[in-house]
Write a protein that binds this ligand. Structure first.
Ligand code: VIB
Length: 236
């Protein structure tokens, strides 16, 4: 298993470093998840990738709302601006996914939008929405932090294994997340969270719980796409 103790950069001693250290073993399990390994080496069956992209498009719709709620929860114009920017970037990525992959998969946009959320996707997005409903700005940022941070780390990890060849079927995906502009999202979320969070232990415990749950759902999202997860019982 990949040892992330020296690889994942959160500034030592900060709140975000403490959150990361507590969830490190969950993060390490993502790098050798069969879906992630197969995505990286290009052997992932098309069916699993399509399932993943369809679910991810629906996930990003919901994530957009979480960032928008972060803008509402903030009183600082610079934070509001960045949260609005993240909401806008996320819905745009989502639209691009729709348009590109609808063409590639031979689906209409209406068909893509009609894809029902699989159980894990439903649960993950309900977790995020419940933090929005009950939470403070540090809680909202914490809920979204694993998603921004882990993808940047996985993108860098793939590139560290060697530049994907031109005929790699998932080259675009890898390059999107290995791009330094993507890492900047995680850096901004961490810097802001470290700065605005009160230092008491009760707050830390709540953020730690939220961070751990989001980290687990990130692992479960790969697992969902690897197993083509379905609702049970199945009804026809
Ligand atoms: C399940 C899931 N988790 C994380 C991402 C990565 N991601 C895509 S957009 C965005 C925020 C910045 O716009 C982040 C972090 C994803 N696509 N799907």
């Amino acid at each position: 298993m990949l040892d992330l103790s020296k690889r994942v950069g959160a500034e030592p001693g900060t709140l975000c470093d403490r959150l990361f250290q507590n969830s490190r073993s969950i993060w390490e399990r993502q790098f050798d998840h069969p879906f992630v390994e197969a995505l990286g080496n290009g052997s992932l069956p098309r069916e699993n990738f399509e399932f993943y992209i369809l679910q991810d498009a629906r996930f990003l719709e919901q994530l957009t709302k979480i960032f928008a709620a972060g803008a509402i929860a903030s009183d600082e114009p610079a934070v509001m601006e960045k949260m609005c920017q993240l909401a806008l970037d996320t819905i745009r990525v989502e639209r691009e996914l729709h348009e590109t992959f609808a063409r590639e998969f031979g689906l209409t946009i209406a068909q893509m939008e009609a894809t029902p959320l699989a159980p894990t996707n439903y649960a993950y997005t309900r977790h995020l929405l419940s933090v929005v409903n009950n939470g403070t700005l540090p809680e909202i940022i914490t809920a979204t932090l694993p998603c921004a941070w882990i993808y940047a780390e996985i993108g860098k990890h793939f590139v560290s294994l060697g530049d994907p060849p031109a005929d790699h079927p998932y080259r675009n995906w890898i390059q999107t997340y290995a791009d330094p502009s993507f890492e900047e999202v995680g850096t901004w979320l961490r810097t802001t969270l470290n700065r605005i969070t009160p230092e008491d232990e009760k707050t830390f415990r709540r953020l730690d719980e939220i961070f751990t749950i989001s980290s687990r759902y990130e692992w479960m999202f790969w697992e969902m796409a690897w197993t083509l997860e379905a609702w049970k019982p199945q009804i026809s």
